[in-house]
Design a protein around this ligand. Structure first.
Ligand code: DC
Length: 250
């Protein structure tokens, strides 16, 4: 069985308000978890860019395995077959692109078909163990922002800084609705809201890796804040944590 591989990208730092030396030389993991539509993806990418850290989109990994299963016609009630697909496919990140067995699937993994079937993959204990292991391996020796549902609670319990990003269901559905409309995808606000409520329930009731804030996560609501404002808030939180753990801090 070919092991799944993940490489993570390194963002170019733009303006980091933090002195590089504050971080020391070692590995430094910042986790960002939260429900769908809280704005995690853009904000996590933006934070990574601001800090000059690498970025890992773990949702893209679950999406890629789901696409692999769809393509191989795996039966959704066959948990071991789903686990085998996860163990066979190769997932790589190149900048903003996601490659599945060498093919650019960045758009394909965002399809409704993938989103509608993802729970079979995300609920699978074997897949979670496998992808969690890959995520930990991708972070070895790195300064990295990693984004998902279980990063602070399960995968990186010792992360230097854990953020749980959330927003009211209405705000999240409104954002998603606008996003779909901008892409020319027709869906009413009511449809988007009910699909989101279903996903929230699935995320929260997952038998393994259920969505929950880690005990030591900082909970940030993005209601009423622009992306820039949220990134600014996170930079401040990270800076406070960095100073708190800096042995040279006064
Ligand atoms: O963040 P996203 O919408 O791309 O994630 C897609 C799905 O993957 C989401 O419905 C839940 C699942 N997921 C997960 O179970 N654990 C993660 N760490 C990331 C995503």
């Amino acid at each position: 069985m070919r092991p799944t591989q993940v490489t993570e990208r390194r963002n170019d730092p733009t303006s980091s308000p933090l002195d590089e030396r504050q971080w020391g030389d070692g590995e430094l993991v910042i986790t960002i978890d939260g429900p769908a539509g809280a704005g995690k993806s853009t904000v996590a990418r933006g934070l990574a860019a601001r800090l000059g850290f690498a970025f890992l989109d773990t949702g893209a990994m679950y999406r890629s395995v789901t696409l692999g299963c769809l393509r191989q016609g795996v039966s959704w009630d066959d948990a071991s077959a789903i686990g085998r697909v996860a163990g066979r496919v190769e997932i790589r990140f190149e900048g903003d692109r996601v490659l599945l067995d060498g093919e650019d699937v960045s758009a394909a993994i965002r399809s409704t078909e993938v989103t509608d079937h993802i729970r079979w993959v995300a609920d699978n204990a074997e897949v979670r163990a496998l992808l969690g292991g890959l995520q930990r391996r991708a972070a070895v020796g790195m300064r990295i922002v990693t984004e998902g549902r279980d990063q602070g609670s399960e995968v990186f319990p010792d992360a230097a800084c854990k953020i749980f990003l959330t927003a009211s269901p209405e705000t999240r559905a409104r954002r998603r609705h606008a996003e779909l409309a901008a892409r020319g995808q027709a869906a009413t606000y009511a449809e988007v809201l009910s699909a989101q409520i279903r996903r929230d329930q699935e995320d929260a009731s997952r038998p393994v890796g259920a969505l929950r804030p880690a005990d030591d996560a900082v909970i940030v609501s993005t209601d009423g804040l622009s992306e820039e404002q949220v990134i600014e808030r996170l930079v401040q939180i990270v800076a406070a944590r960095a100073l708190a753990t800096d042995p040279n801090a006064e």
